[in-house]
Design a protein around this ligand. Structure first.
Ligand code: FUB
Length: 325
């Protein structure tokens, strides 16, 4: 599969998180729609209200829409904006982690539970204690321990926090200061809470120095994803305002990670957001662009393309504006 393929042309779906459960690929995207809200730096135009789940038995095959599996009306603590989500499996249950603003307009991470990978998902009454910001990625290590990666700046509100607390006056650091980092926390055995205070996920440059905030082509912005390849941990993310998907590698789930390169050059549309998974011996990048909506940032369409590594385990860069199937 050399060319990218749109997965669900009949509706707008973004931020696809793909996992293999029960021998099939399941995809958990955000559900974009035309809310009519004007575009701004807070991302108010991303006013999503529900999630669908999709599955496929072959990457080139039929994509099954399992319908609406969670709605904002069913979440007791909901304010607005259901952003990126992800799903993990443990002991016969499936846990959907999602980003949502509470009733005071602060982003928190929520959990909803199902007996199947295709939902419906029943939300907990409250967000995860101590959670903040957006874009949860649930990663299961080989020993069965689960970790939640998260964070996003600007509309994702990460710049308002230091040491896991909202700090009055806190904002994006100056360009020469260390970059804001994604966070990672081990999940509790019941998968419903953090088992520890979130750690900083530091990304180092080739000299072992933390990336600075001004290094906008390489520093973290949003869209955390973790996967493992040949025993190494690959943390991938979006650089936001420079529109790149990048990655950094490390020896354990907490890092530090060393910057390695670009996975995907800019797509059509402001945001770029992805997941990476292995299926039947090949690796795939799931992502989105705004080509089908004519470039509307808030109306994105999910896609898949094969991802390959070189002999040193480096990911070969994919062109974001590559011709589609
Ligand atoms: O879909 C809403 C937001 O846009 C996501 O949470 C970000 O990662 C960006 O893709």
């Amino acid at each position: 599969m050399n060319q990218a393929k749109y997965l669900f042309p009949s509706d707008y779906m973004a931020d696809p998180s793909a996992h293999v459960f029960d021998g099939k690929i399941y995809i958990y995207p955000s559900h974009d729609w035309e809310s009519g809200i004007a575009e701004n730096d807070n991302g108010d135009h991303f006013d999503m209200r529900d999630y669908h789940v999709f599955s496929m038995e072959e990457v080139d095959g039929e994509v099954v829409d399992h319908g609406k599996v969670l709605s904002i009306e069913d979440i007791p603590w909901a304010g607005r904006q259901l952003w990126d989500s992800d799903v993990a499996h443990r002991k016969g249950k499936y846990y959907m982690y999602f980003s949502l603003k509470d009733k005071t307009d602060i982003f928190r991470l929520g959990v909803a539970v199902s007996n199947t990978p295709y939902g419906p998902f029943v939300p907990q009454n409250n967000p995860i204690k101590g959670s903040y910001s957006i874009d949860p990625c649930a990663f299961e290590d080989d020993n069965g321990t689960h970790y939640l990666y998260f964070g996003g700046i600007w509309g994702g509100q990460l710049q308002f926090y230091r040491d896991n607390k909202m700090v009055a006056g806190a904002d994006v650091p100056h360009f020469h200061e260390n970059a804001l980092s994604a966070k990672v926390a081990r999940l509790s055995d019941d998968m419903l809470e953090f088992a520890e205070a979130p750690h900083e996920l530091v990304i180092l440059d080739e000299n072992g120095k933390p990336l600075t905030q001004g290094d906008t082509d390489r520093r973290f912005f949003e869209a955390s994803w973790m996967h493992k390849y040949q025993g190494k941990y690959y943390f991938s993310y979006s650089t936001g305002d420079t529109h790149l998907l990048c990655y950094a590698t490390g020896d354990n789930p907490y890092g530090p990670f060393t910057y390695q390169g670009v996975i995907l050059t800019p797509v059509v549309g402001w945001t770029t957001h992805h997941s990476i998974t292995e299926y039947k011996g090949k690796w795939y990048l799931f992502y989105h662009d705004s080509v089908p909506s004519g470039g509307k940032t808030w109306l994105r369409s999910m896609k898949v393309v094969e991802l390959t590594y070189d002999d040193n385990g480096l990911i070969k860069t994919i062109e974001g504006k590559v011709q589609n199937k």
